[in-house]
Design a protein around this ligand. Structure first.
Ligand SMILES: C[S@@+](CC[C@H](N)C(=O)[O-])C[C@H]1O[C@@H](n2cnc3c(N)ncnc32)[C@H](O)[C@@H]1O
Ligand SMILES: O=C(O)C(=O)C[C@]1(C(=O)O)C=C[C@@H](O)C=C1
Length: 234
């Protein structure tokens, strides 16, 4: 279904509710630059980390697109998706059933969940929705739950602390959204709805957060303007 969520006047903050969940796959593919490519890279590193079997968690799995594509390539691993939006999980469940894949979908708060020791964690475009105060604690929790040399792959919208560059990166991103068919009105409304809900860090702040949490290494493996994919290794 085509994303028209912000085509009408919106008064409330951005939420992962039924209306968003129903069009979420279209929203992501048109709002996140190189979404399919970053997902393909994520899948590559996840499959490598699971070569000898094991457990993978996808934090904020939304409609489970990533988990389904991994299950199709390696059905012999344990794939666990967590999300606290029932509407998203409903879409995820329908898709998993249609593709006949065996994945575990749980309605849980990623901040509270009691993780088993895992080989790989993924969190694509989700940490940015976690309040900064608890975001650092969550990344520590992830590092603690990973096995030795386990990997954490995460993608985020990022900011620059150079004011002019930051403004220009955002302008370039909005040009991308216009090319994807979003109107200036839709872009402005979504920007307002995301204010104080999506709180991005800079590339350096994300790397520092991972290092502080106990990861021995963290670097960007993909970046386009204000979007980046990171890999942190325990
Ligand atoms: C931008 S979406 C993630 C997109 C998805 N990872 C992908 O690549 O298609 C963020 C998701 O995180 C979920 N979320 C946000 N805060 C959460 C929390 N505290 N616990 C669990 N899920 C959360 C939202 O419901 C939403 O589905
Ligand atoms: O549309 C935007 O402005 C975005 O920031 C895209 C973005 C994201 O980066 O997570 C924001 C909310 C939706 O979850 C989908 C994509």
């Amino acid at each position: 279904m085509n994303d028209k969520v912000f085509a009408k006047p919106i008064k409330k903050q951005f939420e992962f509710d039924e209306e968003v969940a129903a069009v979420f796959d279209d929203m992501l593919s048109r709002s996140v630059p190189f979404y399919e490519e970053s997902q393909e890279m994520t899948r590559f590193f996840v499959l490598k980390a699971l070569q000898n079997g094991g457990i993978m968690y996808d934090l904020g799995c939304s409609t489970a697109s990533l988990l389904i594509s991994i299950a199709k390539q390696n059905p012999d691993v344990t794939l666990i998706g967590l999300d606290n939006s029932e509407a998203m999980l409903e879409q995820a469940g329908k898709k998993a059933h249609a593709f006949n894949v065996d994945i575990n979908l749980l309605n849980a708060d990623i901040l509270e969940y009691d993780y088993e020791k895992a080989n790989v964690f993924v969190s694509n475009y989700t940490l940015q929705f976690i309040r900064p105060l608890v975001r650092e604690e969550l990344v520590k929790k992830i590092a603690d739950a990973l096995k030795k040399e386990g990997v954490f792959i995460f993608s985020e919208k990022v900011i620059s602390h150079h004011a002019k560059l930051n403004k220009d990166l955002i302008e370039h991103y909005y040009d991308f959204k216009k090319k994807q068919g979003y109107s200036e009105f839709e872009i402005a409304q979504k920007r307002e709805a995301l204010e104080n809900v999506l709180v991005p860090y800079s590339e350096e702040e994300n790397i520092k957060m991972a290092k502080n949490a106990g990861f021995s290494h963290c670097e960007v493996v993909f970046r386009w303007a204000n979007f980046a994919t990171f890999i942190a290794i325990k």
